[in-house]
Design a protein around this ligand. Structure first.
Ligand code: B1M
Length: 211
């Protein structure tokens, strides 16, 4: 990892929004790609936050600050991750499932999809099965992408797939699931069409399903 990427990870950990935005700009100016800044700076920084949150070294306010810093960093990266003239690869609807407020991973998946030429709608967080069904009915996406970060909320993915089935829409859309507690085996159990452990592979899966 380059020194500047290391600094981005460290400043993200400490929730230093301005420092992270300015370091990202410096890295971009120096020719580091947006993908490298994300993979070697922001994501390891957030991973460090997650580990220390788990073992009790960090608490919710610090995690929130880091999450806000991550979003600020993503705002600087966004135009560099999205090539303006890519042809449309397909249409997506994305959201974090009901009861779940985690949106960082979902937003990264969305950005990466957009970077790969997909266009779509972000329903945000805490999205009920009914709201997903309504969006599929209205927008007719190729891909419905659901994110869950809690073991208690991942069941909503299954509920949404069921709701799609009941609405007669299941065959009209490919469902992709992901998020830290979600596994390939779980995705198979609930009969999703695809699973990805990270945002880069979410794009691969979406491409394969649409292509
Ligand atoms: Co929360 N939280 N949190 N949290 N939080 C976790 C998830 C947790 C693992 C922390 C821990 O205990 N170690 C734990 C869940 C335990 C479990 O269920 N197994 C947890 C908990 C318990 C909670 C609360 C219940 C805490 C509390 O209040 N007592 C609470 C729940 C609130 C709610 O949702 N109802 C809560 C709250 C919060 C904050 C609000 C403080 C904040 C969220 C801020 C925000 O999102 N705006 C937060 C955060 C930041 C985390 C950690 C630290 C980081 C999550 C994150 O953003 N990671 C997290 C610990 C961890 O994950 N290590 C934790 C970075 C992000 C880039 O990764 O989201 O995994 P991730 O996304 C990846 C992949 O998973 C994948 O691609 C992304 C990029 O590569 N991916 C997909 C994600 N979605 C995908 C969809 C796809 C494909 C791939 O296809 C559609």
């Amino acid at each position: 990892m380059k020194d500047i990427e290391l600094q981005i990870a460290e400043q993200l950990y400490h929730g230093e929004e301005e420092a992270v935005a300015s370091l990202i700009q410096q890295a971009l100016d120096a020719g580091v790609t947006a993908e490298d800044i994300l993979a070697n700076g922001l994501l390891p920084g957030m991973d460090h936050v997650g580990k220390d949150f788990k073992c009790g070294d960090l608490f919710v306010p610090e995690v929130l600050l880091a999450a806000r810093t991550m979003q600020a960093g993503m705002e600087v990266l966004r135009p560099h991750l999205i090539p303006g003239l890519a042809p449309t690869a397909g249409k997506y609807v994305i959201g974090t499932v009901k009861g779940d407020l985690h949106d960082i991973g979902k937003s990264i998946v969305k950005l990466m999809l957009e970077g790969a030429g997909f266009v779509g709608i972000d329903l945000g967080t805490d999205v009920s099965p009914e709201a997903f069904v309504k969006a599929v009915r209205e927008h007719k996406p190729d891909i419905l992408a659901m994110s869950a970060l809690l073991t208690t909320t991942m069941v909503e993915m299954s509920a949404t797939i069921l709701a799609l089935k009941e609405a007669g829409l299941r065959e009209s859309v490919k469902v992709i699931v992901g998020g830290a507690p979600v596994t390939l085996s779980y995705s198979e159990d609930i009969k999703a069409d695809g699973y990805a452990p990270d945002s880069a592979r979410a794009v691969d899966v979406a491409r394969n399903l649409v292509g």
